[in-house]
Design a binder for this molecule. Structure first.
Ligand code: FAD
Length: 481
């Protein structure tokens, strides 16, 4: 068994860190996940001298790769949507956009294995028509719902479109109750709303904030016809978030130190900041804390937030990935979603992992509270027969490898009320900023949220450092359109 949080190896030996020698104001970014990488790049691109400190031996935070024999394995399948303009800006910035392309047009095969008549394939895809007609034909033909349910889904989608995302009352309600009040059957929730919502929010509808759910569905499905086109890395995540990100940092002049855990952050006698790492105190004019909420709580100096204990009230939710290598091809599509089985989403990872013979599938299991600690042998017993139901070709195939990666704190839990717990980038301590997917970006815990938070923190820090905001950096919405 592989525990994704412990058994990673750096993909490639990173280049020797070089000390930035540019004079001027100095910012320290703590945490080399997507939020910290973004802040560091944005600050360096604006002419600030930047030091990035990351506790682990690699960059990329929660979205990384490790080696397992000849395979390069992602800790968890990651996808993004065309509407994720900030993450797309990030991919462009590190020179990785071509390695994580988008579908030309949203197309999600949905396979139901629990039908009396046998396996049934449906498709969620869009037509080249304006919103909401772009999904009309697909919804009308969606075989996993009755005609009445499809009509009710259409009505609920229009009601969702009318919700005001800026209304804080939305965050206090749960999405499941809202769906029920808008005529959605349990089947419609399972076969449509949760199919999308579980994967994007990491919560079932009844446990999700209406505000966050409405944000996902409005932005992804009801803003622009192409907004929900899906993108994913055709290379290991570490190639993007570690190797290419490191190259971009190096050429931007950022001093990057991995295996360097920050133990405290405090003000110094010059009115700046001292960032303590083992054996060194790094002095800075501004600090961006781009670490998970619990670590941020522990590092924040007294008075930086009015109620720092609120950070500890932001819950977390697990994601389990089950990795299965077969001795032959068993799936001809790049991915599909499943109904009527515990299997959620299945991705073909063969080419990205470097596997030469056979096929490597990754099962991405969100909301994995019940299975996150299940022994690998038990998972194998449970999931191989399910894959045999879904994919008939697996029946004659040999499983040559089976392992799991467990991310216990994969995302913050998007529960009703979480919105008021998420702080913005600014703290009450001048020169100290927060970033991370869990901060108040309006997005659920995604790569998009992380990058947006990194931009916000850099933006706030630039103001305090008296540096102009370069429009080409922060105009990512236009840049990625
Ligand atoms: C299995 C899985 C699947 C996912 N699927 C998707 C998906 O499909 N699409 C999507 O958009 N998102 C997905 N996500 C979520 C996405 O990965 C995260 O939201 C995003 O990567 C978070 O980035 P971050 O920079 O905010 O935080 P993190 O990635 O947690 O980065 C924080 C960094 O800070 C470092 N750190 C902590 N304390 C210290 C310290 N004291 N000193 C120095 N460094 C420190 C950590 O080592 C870490 O590198 C998934 C996550 C997981 C785990």
């Amino acid at each position: 068994m592989t525990d994704g949080t412990r058994s990673e190896e750096p993909l490639a030996e990173a280049p020797r860190p070089h000390r930035a020698t540019r004079p001027g104001r100095h910012a320290v970014v703590v945490g080399g996940g997507l939020a910290g990488l973004t802040s560091a790049l944005a600050l360096a691109d604006a002419g600030v001298r930047v030091t990035l400190l990351e506790g682990r031996p690699r960059l990329g935070g929660l979205a990384f790769s490790f080696r397992r024999g000849d395979l390069t394995v992602d800790n968890g399948q990651h996808v993004y949507l065309r509407c994720c303009t900030a993450y797309r800006w990030f991919l462009d910035r590190i020179g990785g956009a071509a390695l994580a392309p988008l579908q030309n047009r949203l197309d999600v095969p949905v396979l139901d294995v629990n039908r009396p008549e046998g396996r049934r394939l449906g498709r969620l895809r869009r037509d080249p028509l304006p919103v909401p007609l772009h999904l009309g034909r697909s919804l009308a033909a969606y075989p996993h719902l009755s005609l009445a349910e499809r009509a009710a889904v259409g009505r609920a989608a229009l009601a969702l479109k009318g919700l005001d995302l800026a209304d804080p009352a939305l965050d206090a309600q749960d999405f499941g109750s809202w769906l029920a009040a808008h005529g959605q059957s349990a089947r419609a929730v399972e076969a449509l709303w949760d199919l999308v919502g579980v994967a994007t929010l990491n919560a079932v509808a009844s446990d999700a904030s209406l505000g966050l759910a409405a944000m996902v569905f409005k932005t992804g499905l009801l803003s622009d016809p192409g907004a929900a086109d899906i993108g994913w890395a055709r290379v290991p995540l570490g190639e993007l978030h570690d190797r290419l990100a490191r190259r971009a940092l190096d050429s931007a002049g950022v001093r990057t130190e991995v295996r360097t855990r920050v133990t405290s952050v405090s003000t110094n006698e010059n009115g700046g900041w001292s960032v303590q790492v083992p054996g060194e105190s790094v002095e800075a004019d501004a600090v961006v804390l781009a670490v998970p909420q619990r670590e941020a709580h522990d590092l924040l100096p007294p008075g930086a937030l009015d109620e720092p204990a609120r950070l500890l009230d932001i819950g977390t939710a697990p994601i389990l990935n089950i990795h299965v290598v077969y001795d032959r091809e068993v799936l001809t599509r790049p991915f599909f979603a499943a109904l009527g089985t515990p299997v959620q989403w299945v991705f073909d990872r063969t080419a990205a992992s470097g596997l030469r013979h056979g096929q490597y599938l990754a099962l991405s299991q969100s909301v994995a509270h019940d299975e996150i600690d299940t022994p690998v042998a038990e998972l194998r017993e449970r999931y191989l027969p399910e894959l045999a139901r879904l994919l008939p070709r697996t029946r004659g195939a040999e499983v040559t490898d089976f392992f799991v990666t467990r991310e216990r704190t994969a995302t913050f839990a998007p529960t009703p009320g979480v919105g008021r717990l998420r702080p913005g980038a600014r703290t009450k301590a001048p020169g100290l900023y927060l970033a991370g997917a869990w901060t108040a970006t309006g997005w659920p815990a995604t790569m998009e949220s992380a990058v947006r938070s990194g931009v916000s923190a850099a933006d706030a820090a630039l103001g305090a450092l008296g540096r102009p905001r370069p429009s080409r950096l922060f105009g990512f919405e236009e840049a990625a359109a």
